[in-house]
Design a protein around this ligand. Structure first.
Ligand SMILES: [Zn+2]
Length: 331
């Protein structure tokens, strides 16, 4: 395994905003962009990276240089419940005794994040139901021991909802946009002074974030596409994403990602018109070959999100055959 690429150095972006790229303990993506906003009371940190020494070193060094050692982090706001964004939260909270802030859906989903064994068992049942053959099941669904970079999480100290504001002082605030899809608890934050959007993984510059089936949220693809529409409707321009470079026109990028999903929905519809399929059949058709087990799981979760979206819209029907879900065209 080659070493992860080296992230760029922390830098000021103007308007009291700084970015600290924190390396991640794997190659894809190689780092997460943490953002720091200066306030009268200290520093607000948006996302913190996975919990490992290289990430902690980058974060601590970056924050010390911004705060010159005497401005503490008062709040850690996490855009969503994935380990490359929230993993380091326990260490950050313990070090600065700051508030841990997330969308209120995280109160429901943190217990599952903390229970790796239950997640793996759920994935095995899901994969079997969606057509993964028995001889591949354990390869596709075994997750191994819980990685050190995702320690168990406590509940947030402060929970946010759509439209809430986080005061920055001097008549400036961050407004919360609840943008479910990539994760049900995903939020973006909009700076009232500059109009800049901190987009987390909702809108990324080069890749389309994975949209994953989730039991309690029946149409996550619809959630995601609506959340993208909001970014275009608001005419969001400058966008600071959690991975990759700054986006000049968040609204146009959101529209591109939306078109990608519409194209994918058409491909899925055409494929199902040819013959009944399981989600696993489609993973082989739609994604590049030789995916890693993790990518196979993500591809399966996203494919079911697309199929279920079409089934809810009445364009496909789902049929149970011996405990396996098959999709048939309704046309
Ligand atoms: Zn991410």
């Amino acid at each position: 395994m080659s070493l992860p690429s080296v992230p760029p150095a922390p830098r000021s972006l103007g308007n009291g905003i700084h970015t600290i790229p924190a390396p991640l303990p794997y190659r894809k993506p190689p780092w997460v962009n943490c953002y720091v906003i200066e306030t009268a009371d200290g520093l607000i940190l948006i996302d913190c990276g996975a919990d490992w020494e290289n990430g902690w070193g980058a974060l601590l060094g970056g924050i010390d240089s911004i705060g010159r050692g005497d401005r503490p982090v008062t709040d850690l706001i996490v855009t969503h419940l994935h380990p490359d964004h929230v993993g380091m939260a326990p260490r950050v909270v313990a070090h600065w005794e700051c508030r841990f802030v997330m969308h209120h859906i995280a109160l429901k989903t943190i217990p599952r994040y903390n229970d790796s064994a239950a997640t793996e068992a759920w994935m095995a049942g899901f994969a079997q139901r969606h057509g993964v053959p028995r001889d591949l099941l354990s390869t596709v669904t075994s997750m191994g021991p819980r990685p050190d970079f995702m320690p168990l999480l406590s509940e947030p100290d402060v929970v946010l909802g759509e439209g809430d504001t986080v005061e920055l002082g001097e008549d400036r605030h961050l407004r919360v946009l609840h943008t479910p899809g990539h994760d049900p608890a995903h939020i973006c934050l909009r700076d009232s002074r500059t109009g800049i959007l901190f987009s987390g993984d909702h809108v990324l510059p080069r890749i389309s974030p994975v949209v994953m089936y989730a039991d309690e949220f029946p149409n996550v693809l619809d959630d995601y596409m609506r959340s993208l529409d909001r970014i275009t409707d608001l005419g969001i321009e400058l966008t600071y994403p959690a991975h990759g470079e700054i986006i000049d026109r968040g609204d146009l990028r959101a529209r591109q990602i939306l078109l990608h999903h519409r194209r994918r929905l058409r491909e899925v519809t055409e494929r199902v018109e040819l013959a009944d399929v399981t989600a696993w059949n489609l993973v082989g058709d739609l994604f590049r070959p030789h995916l890693s087990p993790l990518d196979q799981r993500l591809a399966l979760l996203e494919t079911v999100a697309h199929l279920d979206h079409l089934a809810i819209a009445g364009r496909l029907v789902d049929l149970d055959r011996d405990g396996v879900v098959w999709y048939r065209s309704s046309g």
